[in-house]
Ligand binder design. Structure first.
Ligand code: SAM
Length: 222
C-alpha cells in the first residue's frame, strides 16, 4: 500500500543521504521511552530544516513547539559559532526530556528552552526586547497558528524565513466539512498569509513516514 511505499522510500533516502548519528538516534529513543507523542519531524525533514537554515545563513532561530527537541537539534546544528536558538514548549514533561536531549547534543550554550504557553512566552520576549530572528519554525498547537504567524512577523526582519508545519493534514485542509480546530487553524493561517503583504509564501505537500502532510515556507519582505 501507499503508506508502506512512503515509509520504504523515506528509509531509502535516509540510508543514502543522512549519516548515522548516535545523538539523534538516542534522542528519538529517549522521547519514545518518556512516552512523548511521535510528532517529531522525520530525519529527512529534520535535515531539510537544517539545510534551509544553512542556505539562509541563519544566526538566530526561533522554534515554537519543542516536544523532545529533535527538530531543535537539527536546527541548532545549522547555526554558526555565536548563533542562538530560542525554543518554546508548554508541556513541562516534554521540556524536561528536551533539556536532557539538548545537553546530550552539547547544545546547551546555543539553545534557550523556555517553558510555558508560547503566546505568554512571546509576549514576555517582547517585553524583554529580544532581537528579531532570521528563521522561525512554527510547530506547536495548530489552532494558534494565526497568532503564531502574527508574533513571527513581529520578531522578523526583511529576509526572515518562516516555516509552518502540518498544513495539509491528509488533505483535510480542503474539506469544508471538517471543523477540527487544528484544520481550521491551518486554514486561517493560509488566509492570514494570503492577506499579509509583509510575507510572500508557498506551501508544499509531502508524503513519507509521517504520512501525507506538508509545510508552508515564506520569506518576510518588509
Ligand atoms: N518541533 C518538534 C519536533 O519536530 O521535534 C515537534 C513539536 S510537536 C508537533 C508540538 C509541541 O508543541 C508539543 O510538544 C506540544 O506540547 C507543544 N505545544 C502545544 N501547545 C503549546 C503552546 N500553547 N505553547 C507552547 N507549546 C505548545
Amino acid at each position: 500500500n501507499l503508506t508502506n511505499t512512503w515509509n520504504m522510500v523515506d528509509q531509502y533516502i535516509i540510508e543514502r543521504l543522512i549519516p548515522h548519528d548516535s545523538v539523534l538516534e538516542q534522542v528519538l529513543a529517549a522521547n519514545q521511552q518518556a512516552g512523548l507523542p511521535p510528532y517529531d519531524v522525520s530525519p529527512n525533514q529534520g535535515k531539510l530544516l537544517n539545510l534551509f537554515a544553512q542556505m539562509q545563513g541563519s544566526q538566530r532561530i526561533l522554534e515554537i513547539g519543542t516536544l523532545g527537541g529533535y527538530s531543535t537539534i537539527w536546527l541548532a546544528r545549522a547555526l554558526p559559532l555565536g548563533g542562538q536558538l530560542v525554543t518554546l514548549e508548554l508541556d513541562p514533561v516534554h521540556a524536561q526530556v528536551a533539556k536532557a536531549n539538548i545537553s546530550l547534543a552539547q547544545l546547551d550554550d546555543i539553545v534557550d528552552l523556555r517553558v510555558g504557553d508560547a503566546l505568554d512566552q512571546l509576549a514576555q520576549m517582547d517585553f524583554e526586547g529580544v532581537a528579531p530572528f532570521d528563521f522561525i519554525f512554527i510547530d506547536a498547537d495548530k489552532p494558534n497558528n494565526p497568532n503564531y504567524l502574527k508574533w513571527a512577523l513581529h520578531f522578523s526582519h526583511p529576509g526572515t524565513v518562516i516555516i509552518g508545519d502540518n498544513v495539509i493534514r491528509d488533505g483535510e485542509v480542503i474539506n469544508e466539512n471538517n471543523q477540527d480546530p487544528r484544520v481550521e487553524g491551518v486554514r486561517k493561517f493560509y488566509d492570514l498569509l494570503a492577506d499579509e503583504s509583509r510575507i510572500t509564501a508557498t506551501a508544499i505537500q509531502t508524503v513519507g513516514s509521517k504520512g501525507y502532510d506538508g509545510f508552508v515556507l515564506g520569506i518576510v519582505t518588509s
